[in-house]
Design a protein around this ligand. Sequence first.
Ligand code: SAM
Length: 249
Amino acid sequence: MQWAVATYDTAFGYVSAHGAPLIDLLDPRPDERIIDLGCGTGGMTVEIASRGAEVLGIDGSVEMVNTARSEHPNLSFAVGDAHDFSTGDQYDAVVSNSALHWMTRDPSAVISRVREALRPGGRFVAEMGGAGNCADLITAVQTAWRVFGLPEPELPWYFPTPGQYAARLEDAGFTVRLMEFFDRPTRLAECPDGAADWVRLYAPELIAEVPPEVAGPVLDKVNELAAPALRRESGWMADYVRLRFAAVR
Ligand SMILES: C[S@@+](CC[C@H](N)C(=O)[O-])C[C@H]1O[C@@H](n2cnc3c(N)ncnc32)[C@H](O)[C@@H]1O
């Protein structure tokens, strides 16, 4: 996945903005050592550090980590794939906002890496897309692809039910303390081209597989199909569904 890092903070900074309840759930304490997994440009990392914790941001994207380093030069960031990262020391907590659903290769491997990074009693606190996330957007994409005779798009996300993710956590030896599953309609405030812009930012690999001459018409069709459900007078809303959980090693 190639992120549009330059536009990420401005157009889609809401990802970090919506992370506030997660930080409250994490409840970072001064002198705790915490990993922010899938930290992106470090928006949440810096919030956690401001509470006095020592934070290491890890992200699989070199571009994201470079931006995070230049925006927050006093914080620590590392490039690493969540499926196989390891740390020399054990941490008090691992937190992750809006990133676990991108880690599709083997979600259980990610959970087991997190467990290894935690001390006994350490916390894994995260928010991610849950089952049904962006269903209207995704249906519009799938239908538009079909209308244009394109192969079924291979979606780059893992959106589990609460039961599915809780089972993975328990299989890895975590005790699940909290598992919330809720709708979070989200305004695409800086998305003048609505659902089409959402696809451009979050699923550019899908567009890359479309012949260039039909990419524009296909995205117009996505907008046409998604508009009845997602376009309001005040602008476009994305039909986000979230899982938010806290588990203890
Ligand atoms: C939507 S962004 C969220 C960023 C940040 N947590 C925030 O709240 O703004 C998802 C992040 O997950 C990262 N990511 C995706 N797959 C990953 C993987 N396998 N290992 C590490 N990071 C990954 C991406 O590079 C991206 O920065």
